[in-house]
Design a binder for this molecule. Sequence first.
Ligand SMILES: NC(=O)c1ccc[n+]([C@@H]2O[C@H](COP(=O)([O-])OP(=O)(O)OC[C@H]3O[C@@H](n4cnc5c(N)ncnc54)[C@H](O)[C@@H]3O)[C@@H](O)[C@H]2O)c1
Length: 248
Amino acid sequence: MAGRLEGKTAVVTGGGAGIGRVIAQKLSAEGADIAVADVNEAEETRALVEANGRRFLGAKVDVSDEDQVNAFAAEVHEALGPVDIVVNNAAIAMLKDLDSTSFEQWKNLFAINVDGYFLVTKAFVQDLKDSAAGRVINMSSSSYWEAPPMFLAYVSAKGAVNGFTHALATDLARWDITVNALGPSVVRTPTTLRELNDEFFAHHAQLQNLKREQTPEDVANLVAFLVSDEAGFITGQVHLIDGGLIRR
Ligand SMILES: NC(=O)c1ccc[n+]([C@@H]2O[C@H](COP(=O)([O-])OP(=O)(O)OC[C@H]3O[C@@H](n4cnc5c(N)ncnc54)[C@H](O)[C@@H]3O)[C@@H](O)[C@H]2O)c1
């Protein structure tokens, strides 16, 4: 059976690990060729994408560096051609409050978690305009609504991602490009496993309506739907995918 993304090409930032890797795997299973921009190697992602029979380009890119992002776009065009889907996923977390956050740390987090989304989208926007069904996905977080302690810069940056999503959806609507954000709650990934223990994951699951841990597949499944032709009338939304944690 043909997948929902046959003939499409997707860029996934931070696709070398964590949720981004599973998104790359899922989109390739649906038929898309994949380009990953990550500060680290993405060889495990390459293996997963190529196992699905799709083409893969992995490049070492810091999404907060304009020159690196533009060089990546040129490399993607050369290797895979124009892009239909941009998934802005690369981000860092920082467990700090106002007192413990330096201005340098604040600016560095915003450079990756916000400027990176802007730069990557801008680098591929002409492709999205030329595509029959251009799609942008921005990874946000349910933590924007929870605002847990010690996440000052991270939560603030996710607020900016939500605003970027709303405004960009308006901006790009005349090309029928949809722009959506996703707000997962807590998923086991290299970053969360560094900071959180089993007890925290178990406790957090109990706060949700659905009392199980969220998986990266939960997130990737929603991304695959939102970038498909089936979701062509859904735009400008932040989709919470959190097992019923936040009731807005
Ligand atoms: N894991 C969670 O519980 C959770 C919850 C809500 C939202 N999110 C969001 O989902 C996204 C993915 O999170 P994750 O937990 O999989 O993260 P992760 O740290 O496991 O993976 C992030 C990837 O981004 C890459 N990266 C980091 N800085 C980069 C940069 N400057 N340029 C390019 N690549 C860079 C890393 O090398 C890594 O491969 C993020 O936007 C995060 O804020 C995660």
